[in-house]
Every structure is written in C-alpha cells, then in structure tokens.
Design a protein around this ligand. Structure first.
Ligand code: SF4
Length: 373
C-alpha cells in the first residue's frame, strides 16, 4: 500500500540505522523526546528503538490526549452524564479513564446513558435523532482533533440544534513543551515533533525550541522509517552544530499548517487562562474553551459541574512518565496493580499512552530490574 509498505521496509530501516551510527559521537549520551503518543506506539510496535545505538535514548513526551486529562475533569464529565435526560458521548478510550470514584464506563453500568462515538459528528447525529434528550460531547485532544469539534459546533449552530452541547477539554501543544523545557528534571538533546498536531498548526509554532532553548526539532510521520529518518535528522543537526525546525513529514505537514482548520478553531474557541494537566499540574494558556459566541453550546455553562481538583492516586507515577523523567517499567505498579484491564493511571488506558505501549509490546520489567523483549 502506497505510503505504508515503503515506510516499513526492513532493509531500508537498517540502512538508516547505519547512517544514524555514522553521526553519533561515541561516549556522548543522547536523549531525544518523541512528543506524540502515536510515535511512542509506533516505536514499540515496530521495534524502532532496537535499531538505535545504545547511547541514543528515546524519552516519551506528554502528547497523548487521553493521558493528560486530570481526574477532576473525569468527575465533571460523570456528573453531567448522571444528569436526567442526558446522553453523554465520548471516544472509546475515554470511557476507561479513572476519575476519583470510577470511570465513565462504571457510570454507564450504574445507569447513566454514556455512548461511545467515533467522531463529534456521530454525537450530532444522536442529537438530531433524539430531540427530547440533551446530547453532550466530551471533547478531548490537541490541535489535531480540535478543528473537528469546532466544525461540529459550527454545524450545530447552523442547524439550530438546541439539544447539543460540548464539554471542551482540548489542549494545546506548545505550553507543555515550554514547561518541560523549563523543567530542571530533564536534559533533552532534541525533539521528534508531533506529526498529527503539525498537520493543523504547521511546523512554525515549534521555532521557539531552537530559538529559545537551542534544541533541534524534526516533525515526523508515524511509520517506522519516518521515525528513524527523523532521529537521523536530529542527530545530524547536532553533529553539524545546527539547531532548527525541520519537517520530515512533508507529504502531510505544510510548514504553515492548515489555514481552514485554524480559522474554524479561532472562530469557536478561546484560550483558557489555565488548565490542569494530569501529573503536570496547572499550565497557563494551555487549553481551549468555547468562545462567548458559542456559550449556549458549552456544556460547562449549561450544567452544574463540581469543578473540584482531585489529586492523582499515590501509587500513580503518570506525571513522571508524561515528563519523560521515568520509563513506564520504573513505576512501582506497572504490570502488577496497573494493567490495561485494570488501569490506575491514564498512560495505561490509551493505546497512545507510554505505559500501554510498553505493556502491549512486551517491555516488561525483569528480575534484574530492566526492560526485556
Ligand atoms: S503504570 Fe499505571 S500508574 Fe504507573 S505510570 Fe503507568 S499508567 Fe500511571
């Protein structure tokens, strides 16, 4: 299949791995962060890290939309779902994210009408079919999914639908990256930039990373050869003492993004002054809410929500995983109390979460304390 098979060619992968070996300095340890959970998933699915020299370490970033939703927001969603007459809709992986007293799936088992949808337009279809019920869409995701929520709200407005609203949890990618770069915990040499987000925002918003922090960024696609080539491009920049934003994913990502998607977002959303990220705390101007012009479609204004901050469970180390400070297998409950079937933290719930990627592709802790295949 075009754009798939040729990006999974093992012989080409070994060639790029040899090129990577040619640009690394022996004795220097490199830490490269893949920002996006989709990259983490591909890296472990295809064994990309097994092709890298030992001194090139991949560190997993905060770019998994489900992983960063704090417990308080799940509780708020469940409170709305339990309102009489509400049909509460969300993506499938959100159903299993733990709040302080269970998940949306638990609320469904207890009688709330919670339904899985594949897109916000599915939720809109339900609203048209059930005019006597209030249909709420629990919107999550970075700039990748925010345009589809914006367009759905524009359509609801155009159709005059009165029984549809959105609980907006969309987040933006630049503020958490800045927070990570300001963190003293972490020394990173470069970033594999988020390919999906960049299809919307473009590569330009990442120029602050080389300009302010002196680190290279390469926007990358999600096939194994994309990721290997991006790692080579980052290490080649470091070898040549260069530091800039490069775009490996040119077949999809325009440098200036998608203007129609950006226009839709600008019409429907505005920045929240601050937003809580699971494990990362409050980050200024890091999330979106509905602009005043769409206030009547805002579920948080239509329904009463507790809006309470809930601390993560003591055993949960998702924050450290999301910041790349520890590897998933270093969490005390990884693979024992916390598994995809019974997740304590969000990073084990979503397929894009680093813990789920390690668990599903066999990076289990061994008796010697390290990961094994
Ligand atoms: S193993 Fe579970 S609790 Fe630990 S960091 Fe991963 S998701 Fe969080």
């Amino acid at each position: 299949m075009r754009f798939v098979d040729e990006f999974r060619d093992g012989a080409l992968g070994r060639k790029v791995a040899a090129q990577i070996l040619g640009v690394v300095e022996p004795g220097r340890h490199y830490k490269v962060m893949e920002v996006c959970g989709g990259h983490t998933h591909s890296i472990y699915r295809y064994g990309v890290d097994d092709l890298l020299p030992e001194n090139v370490e991949l560190v997993h970033g905060p770019g998994c939309p489900v992983c960063v939703i704090p417990m308080g927001r799940v509780d708020d969603g469940i409170a709305i779902a339990r309102e009489p007459g509400v049909i509460f809709t969300c993506f499938g992986d959100m159903l299993r994210v733990p709040g302080s007293a269970g998940t949306l799936l638990d609320a469904k088992a207890q009688g709330a009408d919670v339904r899985m949808v594949y897109s916000p337009l599915d939720a809109l279809r339900i609203a048209r079919a059930e005019p006597d019920r209030e249909v709420v869409f629990f919107a999550i995701g970075f700039e990748t999914t925010a345009p589809s929520t914006a367009l759905t709200l524009m359509r609801a407005r155009a159709e005059g639908l009165r029984n549809f609203s959105c609980m907006c949890n969309h987040v933006t990618i630049v503020p958490p990256l800045r927070a990570l770069l300001d963190s003293p915990d972490l020394r990173l040499d470069g970033f594999i930039g988020p390919g999906h987000v960049s299809t919307v925002v473009g590569a330009r918003p990442f120029e602050f990373i080389p300009a302010d922090y002196g680190r290279p960024v390469v926007i990358a696609g999600f096939e194994p050869l994309d990721i290997l080539q991006a790692i080579h491009m980052i290490l080649a920049q470091l070898a040549a003492d260069r530091c800039e934003v490069e775009n490996q994913y040119t077949r999809v990502v325009p440098y200036d993004g998608n203007p129609a998607a950006l226009r839709a977002m600008a019409e429907v959303f505005e920045l929240r002054p601050h937003f809580e990220w699971r494990g990362l705390g409050f980050i200024s101007q890091s999330a979106l809410r509905l602009a005043d012009a769409y206030a009547d479609l805002d579920a948080e204004r239509r329904f009463a929500v507790p809006g309470v901050r809930v601390a993560d469970p003591k055993a949960c180390q998702c924050g450290e995983v999301l910041k790349g400070v520890i590897k998933p297998w270093e969490c005390k409950v990884f693979g024992t109390a916390c598994t995809p079937e019974h997740a304590i933290g969000t990073c084990m719930v979503s397929p894009e979460g680093a813990c789920a990627a390690y668990y599903n592709y066999g990076r289990f802790v061994t008796s010697s304390g390290g990961p094994s295949l």
